[in-house]
Ligand binder design. Sequence first.
Ligand code: ZN
Length: 272
Amino acid sequence: MSPAPGLRALVDAHCHLNSGRLGAPVDEVVAEARAVGVETFVLAGVAPEEWRDQRALAARYPGAVFPVFGLHPQWIAEVDEAAVADGLAALERELAGAAPPVALGETGLDGLTPARKASLALQEGAFREHLRLSARYDTPIVLHLLKATGRALEVLREVGVPPAGGVVHSFGGAPEVALAYVKMGLHVSFCGSLTYPQSRRLVAAAAALPLDRVLIETDTPDQAPHPHRGEVNRPALLPLVLHALAEARGEPVAHVAEATAANARRLYRLPG
Ligand SMILES: [Zn+2]
């Protein structure tokens, strides 16, 4: 057994440091996170116009910030078919390029609002293409699944989870659903919602999963953990998610810290 690293070297497995809604300079946000042991940041993709900013942050923090590119289901709900087709073509060029992203996404299905529901067919086409690209370029996938879990599971079964695996980010469902994802070869990532009072179903899901399939994330700038709910989220709050996960599982915090960081490094194939 190697010695527990305590809270050092946590990985925020899903955040948006390139967001315009951080409310503070990114250098401050990163420094504040590093001060509490969050040293690695995986930047989830939303729209093609953001990929360049993600890349710039990766260049600014080498070995600490890693970009993921994709077409977010919520972005798809706001654009037309031609924009999605262009985005998918651009995505394939990135994958074939000299510095491909560490993963593909966010992709999946989001039926939360009527507008998003109306775009589910377009979302599903893009979702299937992300899965095919993931397999073709041997890159893990980052899934955003909201109010469309049944259909998402059908698509995943039909097209197949890519060999490089993937993660269901910001998991918010029942233990059976979390276990179904794990059975398919996916990881499950918990965010601030795990810390909210009355999240008993989520706590049960966090306790039911094999530890080697669990990740932690902030989804900065959204989903700030308790007692910061409603504030702009930041990676420095990741330890609150870690503590909630350790408590749900009845395991030592240092052990869960080490395992979730190792899981993220293995899934995204991060150096170190
Ligand atoms: Zn996100």
